[in-house]
Design a binder for this molecule. Sequence first.
Ligand SMILES: [Zn+2]
Length: 663
Amino acid sequence: MSRVAVLAVVLLAPPLLAAERAVPFWPDAVPDAIHRAVNGNEALETVRSLGRFHRVHGSPGFAAAAAFMRDKAAAAGLSDASVEHLPADGETRYAHFRSYYGWDGREARLDEVSPRPAPIARFPELPVALADYSQDADVTAGLVSVGAGTSPKDYEGKDVKGQLVLASGALPAVHRMAVEERGALGFLSDFPNQTTAWSGDDRDLVRWGHLSPYQLKNTFAFMLSKRQADGLRARLAAGEAITLHAVVKAKMVKASYDIVSATIPGSDPAAGEVVLTAHLCHQSAGANDNASGSAAILEVARSLSEAIRNGAIPKPRLTIRFLWVPEIAGSQAWLARHPEIAARIVGGIHMDMVGGLLSTTKGTFHLSRTAESLPHVLNDIGRAFFDQVVAASARHAERGGEPYAGFVTPGASRELFLGDIRALELGSDHEVFEAAGWGIPMLYFHDWPDVTIHTSKDQPENLDATKLGRVAYLGAGIAYTLAALPDAEAPKLGTLVRESADIALARARREQALASDARDGALRLREARAEVEATVVSCVRRWPSTSDLNGLLPSLRSALAEVPALRGRDARVPVRNPEIRGPLGVYYFDYLQEKLAGSAANDTTSMGDHEDLLTYEALNLADGRRSVAEIRDVLVGRYVPVEVAALTAYFDRLAQAGVVTWK
Ligand SMILES: [Zn+2]
């Protein structure tokens, strides 16, 4: 065993002190009771059931899945489980976000007529065979290959009018250029999947595709595997004339975002709520993305309510709410319609892709902390449960013994729980909850990568009941702690807050010492102190017994003024338009695109790889007091160096679009 390996074992499994608890701030009886109630097999069974529904936003398949989840939540003991139908009609606005249309896809078939008659695609037998928002057609026409099909060059010397097109580019752009501008009848697509190290290895994946949900003139697109598309391309390149027959029975319709809500009521209605969210949508099977998160939060609901009903754990003080939504758009719609509940939510957990078997999906589990604009004691609670499960799974894998002690689900895998705790990553509903205007701190549970994401191969057999059970336990433990930890036990949580403060400040001092720019290095330490302060405030507000943490504050605050203002700074103070709540980009909707379409001000910024995250957080940090230069400094201290000029250009665009005004 190498020195490195010895060190790893010591870190994973510190020697237990006689009095040490599995989770420091709970008597063992509480996490034990939750562990006993969680059933990973039950969660996997829910994944299998949900996988049968093709769950496109505003579709009959989604509505059926929502009704199914409401019934499951009610059967789990959540008596107020209900489905709320919020309009998805292309007109209704939820704050600034304009809803899009729903879609009713009935059936579709694509056949080669000549020279080699054969079936090519069948929907709904293969649910991803027909792109979302395709509409009625019955056409027989020749096939033309146009490469990506997203640039005028792709069409040079080709007449696609009255033809079908084969293209690999983004679907709405191909539709616009081939169909709307050049008269093609519809198209076939092998638009590639998200990039991973395994991209392209499986030539038989069929990707889930979408036309624009706002474009009522949509014709249709069939989705093909790379093998099918390349086969057709080779034949066309060899001079074959291929004739296809496409039949589509589908329509864009005024529909609804169906949102399932259910609660475990708290004992003190004034104390607020903790929320667990998962997006219920996506293609069938959509097993890991996101039947897994939907099933895992249902298992949190089921296990906590069982343990409470049995008297194994007391009823929580705060209400615990469960929401199953159409991704991002549904969260925005629900929050906009329930601002009074939104204001009561203390924090929560979003789960999106949490059940994958490493050997198949290639993904490990990530617990993303709350946004750096929303530091919160949730991060310390999350770390305590995460460390427990990681250590228990490693002890079992390395030494054997009782599988239950390793959080192994009977009959399922005994794999290590591989994961990490990392900073915010965008891309799902937590992005809505944490955005300016809602400001709800959320932990984000997610597997990444997943080589099957958004394809025909995201199937229940890639999932693992042990993983689902471990994740449901994490969710239940963390949510129950925020909702129910008695004030008398909270000082032990305060000890963890102190520990992570020490670690964060030590790391910031190291980064300051190594920073190439002295001022940026100083900002690193200053912002680490500000984040510790915000975390302490969140802890003491929830648990007054941790008020000795307030003793940390004077030294943190006195250091905040140490960094001098930047020369040549942008001292303008942006004030957010109160009508704009939630992220500017909501699933298919882009507010800046809507407001600034065609304008030179719509250029991208110069923030590089981190642009999405930095612009999102920049707006979150615009509190009506900070100047653009001060927002820049916070971003530098909490994320990565960024030029003031890039922020200035971004806020100018926001001002032009009416998102902010200048104080
Ligand atoms: Zn997802």
